[in-house]
Design a protein around this ligand. Structure first.
Ligand SMILES: O=P(O)(O)OC[C@H]1O[C@](O)(CO)[C@@H](O)[C@@H]1O
Length: 398
């Protein structure tokens, strides 16, 4: 174990054997990130029940809104991206994730603001909830019970969906997302039914089982993804808008849990610029010089290489004029795999499964979520405690 600057400890090279030692895994994860991540399916069920108890129906009283703004930062902010992608291109109103304090200048009485904060105290969500109230917009708030956010919602006589605070925000994606989706369903903006929720929860349970700490690397998709990524610069591209939300989520968790730098985004956009990375010093140029006889642990001076993770949707869209045709997405995904292969850049593919957009998203998020934690643990990093985030808050006085 090494002490880095600022007292941060861990080791530069991943300890691969550790991933198959369940006792060590649990010792190095004192906060229980693996356990919290395994609760994703339970989070879906619990949040659906809590949303059903909140008086969301008042939201529908004034009919369809002009626009919906989802206000929050970090994981809370990601819930807005999830809503936008599940609502899809046929959604009758704009769905706008908003990540800074307050709300966009045009928000007024015709709009709905959904303020989301796991702690119930982020300045971004609180500022948005207060601004929404001042401007007469309809407000819904989602977050920790007995929090400042709940007080603002009560003052505004707005529905509040309490999400019990058991885990850090980034291990609470599903608990925060489901109330957002159900509020949007009340407004007639998304078609998420009870079966979709049940199937999504079941898929998350099944993936948690496949990725459990006692399942060894050769049968555990999260451990093998983590081992593949170790020592690399991950590039995570999503083949569709839905897969891109999952790709960005993997960027979040790889950075915060495993502390890896990541390039994450949409393959369509990447194909017109960032795909150039595959030709560069960490891509094809490095692979051309790979010493095939070197031990994997050997410390080559130029050893850092790209590793592509392609999240493939394969989608459900009906190929109408609001969506990019599936065949285009698929051809692009095949193309980038070929490009990577030609340059010797290793590529992992996760393919979506399931019958609804939500379940497909879950199938692209679950294994990478676990992989980010296994990668942290392999480097001796506590995936829960992120000193840089704490220090940033202190220094920025937030
Ligand atoms: O959901 P909250 O509590 O508003 O926090 C927002 C973000 O801030 C953090 O707590 C980091 O400061 C993240 O973990 C989280 O996603």
């Amino acid at each position: 174990m090494m002490e880095g600057t600022a007292g941060v400890s861990g080791h530069r090279h991943a300890d691969e054997a550790l991933l198959d030692d369940a006792a060590q895994l649990s010792e190095r994860d004192p906060g229980g990130m693996l356990r919290f991540t395994a609760s994703a399916g339970a989070q879906v069920r619990e949040s659906a029940a809590l949303a059903a108890e909140a008086n969301l129906s008042v939201l529908a009283d004034d009919g369809r809104p002009r626009a919906v703004v989802i206000a929050g930062i970090g994981t809370a902010g990601r819930t807005g991206d999830v809503l936008a992608t599940v609502a899809g291109p046929r959604c009758p109103v704009p769905v706008i994730p908003h990540r800074s304090a307050g709300v966009p200048g045009w928000v007024g009485a015709a709009d709905v603001v959904i303020a989301v904060s796991a702690s119930g105290r982020s300045p971004e969500a609180l500022g948005a909830a207060e601004a929404a109230h001042r401007r007469g917009a309809r407000l819904v708030a989602v977050g920790a019970p007995d929090s400042q956010l709940q007080s603002v919602a009560e003052r505004a006589r707005a529905p509040f969906i309490p999400v019990p605070r058991r885990a850090p925000a980034r291990a609470s994606l599903w608990a925060l997302t489901v109330p957002v989706l159900l509020a949007a369903r009340t407004l007639g903006l998304v078609k998420v039914n009870e079966a979709d929720l049940a199937e999504t929860a079941a898929r998350l349970d099944a993936d948690a089982d496949r990725c459990r700490p006692t399942a060894e690397s050769f049968v555990n998709p999260a451990k093998s993804l983590a081992l593949g990524l170790s020592g690399s610069i991950p590039i995570v591209w999503g083949s569709s808008p839905l897969a891109t939300v999952a790709a960005r989520r993997f960027g979040d968790t790889l950075s915060a849990n495993a502390r890896y730098p990541v390039v994450a985004g949409a393959l369509g956009e990447a194909g017109r610029g960032r795909v150039g990375l595959l030709d560069g010093v960490f891509g094809g140029l490095a692979e051309g010089e790979r010493d095939i006889f070197a031990d994997p642990g050997d410390d080559e001076p130029d050893g850092t290489r790209l590793r592509l993770v392609l999240l493939r949707d394969g989608g459900l869209n009906a190929d109408d004029d609001t969506d990019e045709p599936l065949a285009v997405e698929e051809r692009r995904a095949d193309a980038v795999q070929t490009l990577a292969e030609r340059r010797g850049v290793r590529c992992d593919v996760v393919t979506a499964e399931g019958g609804s957009a939500l379940e497909r998203l879950a199938s692209l998020v679950a294994v990478p979520d676990f992989a980010s934690i296994y990668l942290a643990l392999a480097h001796g990093l506590d995936p829960m405690a992120v000193p840089a985030i704490t220090e940033m808050k202190e220094l920025a006085n937030q």
